[in-house]
Write a protein that binds this ligand. Structure first.
Ligand SMILES: [Zn+2]
Length: 279
């Protein structure tokens, strides 16, 4: 795929009639792949110029991809010859550019689907031309796309990593501890609290690593690495099926490369193998 330059549209507005630019199609929570995309779904871009004939009132202006306007739409039925692919399955394997754009499209569509009426007074929301939000004409309340910050943390003890298995995971995969940040809490406080609640451990030397948007439905994962300080592992059974210390040479099934969890794991394994101290 050629280099991709993506710019968000500066407002949340419906699409353009007779749109000649790019389209991204969803059906339910799935991304739709055209016959061309199906040839190589992880290399072909998920946007197409194929206009399936939707009205502007049904679609949303997402932004510009390489200076071409792109709009997104969720359609009821998968057109003949097209294929629906689970969003999670797509995102863990696609390119970084496709990840970013499909992520944004999915989150905006989900948010809009929950924003028909003002949550303060019940009036129908309206689009706002110059701001990326919806506004209530009766009480002026504004609703911005929702983003829920979470922490995800890899806890390290010597050459061992604390990896956990959530009840939500479909397979035997182990990942890092994660949880939502509470109102009024800093990300670092959330790291301490989540680790203590779910594993009974205390951590020190918390270091920020990187972040990743995750559209299930609108998390922003803030990734940290922390060192074990004290305490014995005690698994919180309501949240976790299992948890354990795994030596870096004997890791279980871990998340795919595209995920921030895997990037945290790769960073720490690399640091330990090369003897690089956390800087
Ligand atoms: Zn209102």
């Amino acid at each position: 795929m050629q280099q991709v330059d993506f710019v968000y549209h500066p407002a949340v507005v419906s699409g353009l009639d007779g749109h000649q630019g790019f389209w991204i199609y969803f059906s339910g929570d799935d991304l739709l792949l055209s016959p061309v995309m199906q040839a190589d779904p992880m290399k072909e871009p998920p946007w197409t110029r194929e206009n399936l004939g939707f009205l502007s009132s049904e679609s949303l202006l997402l932004g510009k991809i390489n200076d071409v306007t792109c709009q997104v739409v969720r359609i009821a039925e998968v057109p003949e010859g097209w294929q629906a692919i689970g969003l999670r399955d797509y995102l863990i394997a696609c390119s970084a550019d496709s990840f970013k754009i499909v992520n944004a499209a999915s989150q905006l569509l989900f948010w809009l689907s929950t924003q028909n009426y003002c949550s303060r007074c019940g009036e129908s929301f309206r689009f706002v031309e110059n701001d990326r939000c919806l506004s209530c004409p009766a009480c002026s309340y504004k609703s911005y796309p929702k983003i829920s910050p979470c922490i995800i943390v890899l806890v390290v003890k010597d050459q061992q990593l604390l990896l956990v298995q959530s009840h939500r995971y479909r397979s035997d995969m182990y990942s890092c501890l994660a949880g939502f940040i509470e109102c009024g809490e800093s990300a670092e406080e959330a790291v301490h609290r989540e680790v203590a609640e779910e594993s009974g451990l205390r951590v020190t030397n918390i270091q920020y690593h990187s972040s990743q948007a995750w559209p299930f439905p609108h998390q922003l994962m803030l990734g940290y690495i922390a060192e074990h300080a004290s305490g014995e592992l005690k698994v919180e059974q309501k949240e976790l099926r299992d948890a354990g210390w795994f030596h870096i040479d004997e890791l279980p099934n871990i998340p795919p490369l595209q995920t921030i969890a895997r990037q945290l794991i790769e960073t720490v394994v690399q640091r330990i193998r090369t003897g690089t101290a956390a800087d």
